[in-house]
Design a protein around this ligand. Structure first.
Ligand code: SF4
Length: 348
């Protein structure tokens, strides 16, 4: 397959026939996954704190340190959540804050070490680029050192959260205090180079243009060419309830399922060096989540035992393992449980 140029990708977003586009994305998925397996992971979100100073305008989850409902979970509370996950056969925790203004590297080292020692079967998929960047700043060390020190305690996978749209024009509007696009890329590059894999994400549906979406894809495609360190690409649409961004732009429209599926299909064709693309049923609902498997996605993501961030913005979808298996079987694919590294652990 010839690599899509930015101009061709833009043309597909703006002019392609919807059904033909979906068909092309599905064919590309089949080339990469001829065995017709759709995977999922049994994991749990743990938000170890909701305290955050970054004030992203699209976020309804965070609290300032003095708020009545601000929290930091104790190690024991985290342990209890992990035990509940293990009881249902889970293997991964998606582990993220808040960017707490006071916690330094030593606290994170103790935490990662404690989890790794007590729960050796659990993979920590944790700490997004903004957390890594801030831990470095407050601890007066480089982010390479943060990554190396956390890896030494048992961190081998970081999530792509905080990418939003990798365009500084967009970031300056929706999250002006957040790290810039180049630093997000550089933290992931550094993670890959020290032996930590990651995922790439995109949140669309705020103030970006189609060109800026392609700019985002270009940055992650280039880094994937360079390091091969992204395990998957995941995109979702902005969920607006209770956010400052919605107050600032009250006319901002909720993104349609049609737009989600179209962008997903073009991403499958443009991101030719990504083997795995997740469907975002958490934001789109189970029906569109299932349809996404016909538009290029090969993974249903996580069963999401506990989801706080999207739920805070007014969207609460839930699914258990049996429902996932049914959704996948219903469209003629074979369901399989995977681990964080996309190794298949059990087929159904
Ligand atoms: S998205 Fe993350 S960094 Fe931004 S305010 Fe919410 S918790 Fe903080």
């Amino acid at each position: 397959m010839t690599r899509l140029t930015n101009k061709e990708a833009l043309d597909l977003i703006q002019n392609a026939d919807f059904n033909e586009l979906g068909q092309k994305a599905f064919e590309r998925k089949r080339e990469l996954h001829p065995e017709k397996i759709t995977t999922f992971v049994v994991d749990r979100n743990i938000n170890y704190t909701n305290v955050c100073w970054v004030d992203c305008k699209f976020c309804a989850f965070y609290r300032h340190a003095k708020a009545d409902d601000a929290y930091i979970l104790s190690f024991e509370e985290i342990g209890k959540k992990i035990e509940e996950l293990i009881a249902i056969g889970g293997t991964q925790i998606l582990f993220q804050g808040g960017v707490h203004p006071k916690l330094k590297i030593e606290w994170y080292e103790d935490l990662v070490e404690w989890i790794s020692k007590h729960y050796p079967t659990i993979t920590i998929h944790g700490f997004s680029a903004i957390e890594i960047d801030y831990i470095a700043k407050i601890s007066k060390i480089t982010y390479k050192e943060v990554l190396e020190r956390l890896k030494a305690k048992g961190l081998f996978s970081i999530p792509g959260a905080g990418a939003e749209i990798l365009s500084d024009r967009v970031r300056d509007i929706i999250a002006p205090k957040k790290l810039d696009a180049k630093t997000w890329i550089d933290i992931h590059r550094t993670a890959h180079k020290v032996g930590i894999k990651s995922t790439a994400t995109m949140m669309f549906g705020t103030v970006e243009t189609d060109e800026e979406i392609i700019e985002h894809w270009e940055m992650i495609r280039n880094l994937q060419d360079e390091t091969g360190g992204f395990r998957a690409y995941i995109m979702w649409s902005f969920q607006s309830d209770h956010t400052k961004l919605k107050e600032e732009f009250p006319d901002m429209k909720k993104q349609s399922p049609h737009r989600y599926l179209k962008l997903l299909a073009v991403s499958r064709l443009y991101l030719d060096n990504f083997k795995n693309i997740q469907s975002s049923w958490v934001t789109q609902g189970s029906y569109i989540g299932q349809l996404a498997l016909k538009f290029g996605a090969n993974d249903l993501g996580s069963t999401m035992m506990e989801e706080n961030v999207v739920a805070a913005a007014g969207t609460a979808n839930q699914m258990n393992q049996e429902e996932m298996i049914k959704l996948i079987s219903d469209i003629g694919e074979y369901p399989a449980k995977r681990d964080t590294a996309y190794n298949i652990k059990e087929r159904f």
